[in-house]
Design a protein around this ligand. Structure first.
Ligand code: SAM
Ligand code: SF4
Length: 481
């Protein structure tokens, strides 16, 4: 899988990541929890909400599973492989439970929602099963589990957004933070399990979003990534949600504007956009504010209109291509990335060639690429046969990856000689004499610190001298702050 940015919706390098302990927290906790997260950025953001709920109940985080009284795994169901990884991890916790019998194991997130009580039957060591809309009930469920009973709550909600819960930012770089703006998904892409595991779409109160972003800015953060399965369909209706100071509905474009106005020094990103919902209003708002990043993740999934119809994506190849053209017309030079599924049901070689050619048209900067994994209960599983042999799926995926590698390198080469405003995120992993940061297009930059008095969170103007497929190598020509 080619994955070039750590700000993506699904970051392979973060799978299974455990929280760091509260570094600056001097409280003595009677109990410790350990939480490991899998899947998309929404899950990582949810783990921060869970940490906040548990923290209030007197549980402190630990990064060392052996020290924990409670072990949580926040799970993903998007592909079979994601579920198998969690099952395997649970076998390791089984060994631990034998040496420390009082320890409780809880499964959170999409797998909990998909398998419900079956999880407790299948995985005897699991004590708690909690769906993504039921985290407020965690303290009560932990109490129940501590009394020896199995505890389960997988109720999906029509209005839970955890708006009032301030997530605990434990693993962040202190510069960039995820902010969840909506939950669930009303699209019914036939391959996708998300509408079943995360429920109906609902938008979070914009006032609480702006407050969270402002608090982050005041605490030194310089970038917020607004998160949702389908952010462009964000729509907050005050009448429905009884917000007092708002009288008109808030669209995604209006929300972007509200967040951008917090400070010109706060960068705003968002993920993910469903192509059908991204409007000219959103594109013009991005173009209007320098601090709204010129980068759109616009998953196409397939370049064949026939396959897109089977996937229920509601757009054609031509319509998608004209959307890409429109983005580049309103936001010249906008970075665009995509998701692909190789080998969906009935996909022919011709369909696959359509995918390769749409990539050439869109000139994606990055892509997240997968082969089709049939998920139980989805429309595709009920209606179609998963008829493409695994070796063909893998070969097509490899061809997609090859084209993307070529496009990513070409996109980076085009930047050589140009100068970009870079937000410094920290030291480069390879050398403490270099900074690592990102441009508005989401591209990763590495450049020498030299003698400039800069810190992470500062901006610098960097001229590109060279590149690899994943990184631009440059030199500071002007420190901005
Ligand atoms: N809401 C986002 C959208 O519509 O683009 C994406 C959500 S999903 C968590 C992330 C990506 O996983 C999808 O864009 C798709 O490429 C991939 N995906 C979803 N279901 C899949 C499946 N059954 N097999 C393989 N990949 C899948
Ligand atoms: Fe899944 Fe489609 Fe919703 Fe994305 S838009 S979460 S792919 S159903």
């Amino acid at each position: 899988m080619l994955e070039l940015t750590t700000q993506k919706a699904h970051d392979e390098t973060r799978q299974g990541e455990a929280y760091a302990p509260f570094k600056s927290d001097s409280t003595t906790y009677s109990k410790r929890f350990y939480i490991e997260s899998y899947g998309c950025a929404m899950n990582f953001a949810d783990s921060e909400v869970v940490a906040s709920i548990l923290n209030k109940e007197g549980f402190g985080a630990t990064r060392n599973v052996e020290d924990a009284d409670l072990i949580f795994v926040n799970t993903c169901s998007i592909r079979e492989k994601a579920e198998l990884t969690v099952r395997k991890r649970l076998t390791e916790f089984r060994k631990l439970k034998k040496t420390k019998p009082g320890i409780l194991v809880g499964v959170l997130g999409c797998m909990a929602e998909r398998l419900k009580a079956k999880f407790i039957e299948e995985e005897k060591l699991v004590d708690l099963v909690v769906g993504p809309d039921a985290y407020r009930s965690l303290p009560a469920l932990v109490n129940k589990a501590e009394s020896g009973q199995k505890a389960i709550n997988v109720l999906l909600s029509r209005d839970e957004t955890y708006a009032d819960i301030s997530p605990v930012r434990l693993n962040s770089n202190g510069i960039s933070a995820f902010v969840s703006i909506m939950r669930g998904c009303n699209n019914m892409c036939s391959f996708c399990v998300v509408p079943f595991t995360r429920g109906r779409e609902r938008s979070r109160d914009p006032e609480s979003i702006v407050k969270e972003c402002r608090d982050l800015f005041e605490n030194g953060y310089r970038e917020v990534i607004l998160l949702g399965q389908n952010v462009d369909s964000y729509y907050y209706t005050p009448q429905l949600r009884k917000a007092e100071s708002l009288t008109t509905p808030v669209t995604f474009a209006a929300l972007l504007e509200l967040v951008a106005k917090i400070s010109p020094d706060l960068r705003v990103r968002f993920s993910t956009s469903h192509p059908k919902d991204i409007t000219d209003e959103v594109l013009h708002t991005i173009a209007k504010y320098e601090n709204i990043c010129n980068y759109i993740h616009l998953p196409v999934q397939s370049g064949s209109t026939r396959v897109l119809q089977l996937m229920n994506r509601t757009y054609t190849r031509e319509w998608y291509m004209s959307k890409v053209d429109r983005i580049r017309e309103i936001i010249p030079g906008c970075g665009i990335s995509s998701d692909f599924i190789a080998g969906f049901c009935t996909e022919t070689e011709e369909d696959h060639q359509d995918t390769l050619s749409i990539m050439e048209h869109a000139q994606y900067d990055y892509s997240y690429m997968y082969y089709y994994s049939e998920r139980p209960g989805t429309l595709a599983q009920r209606r179609y046969t998963d008829d493409i042999p695994l070796d063909i799926k893998k070969r097509r995926l490899a061809e997609i990856v090859e084209v993307q590698n070529k496009l990513s390198l070409a996109s980076n080469k085009k930047d050589i000689g140009k100068t970009f405003k870079i937000l410094i995120e920290g030291e480069s992993k390879k050398s403490d004499t270099d900074w690592m940061g990102r441009s508005t297009h989401g591209k990763v930059f590495v450049f020498p610190k030299e003698n400039y008095n800069l810190n992470k969170g500062d901006y610098a103007m960097v001229k590109v001298a060279d590149c690899t497929q994943g990184t631009l190598l440059g030199k500071i020509i002007d420190p901005v702050s």
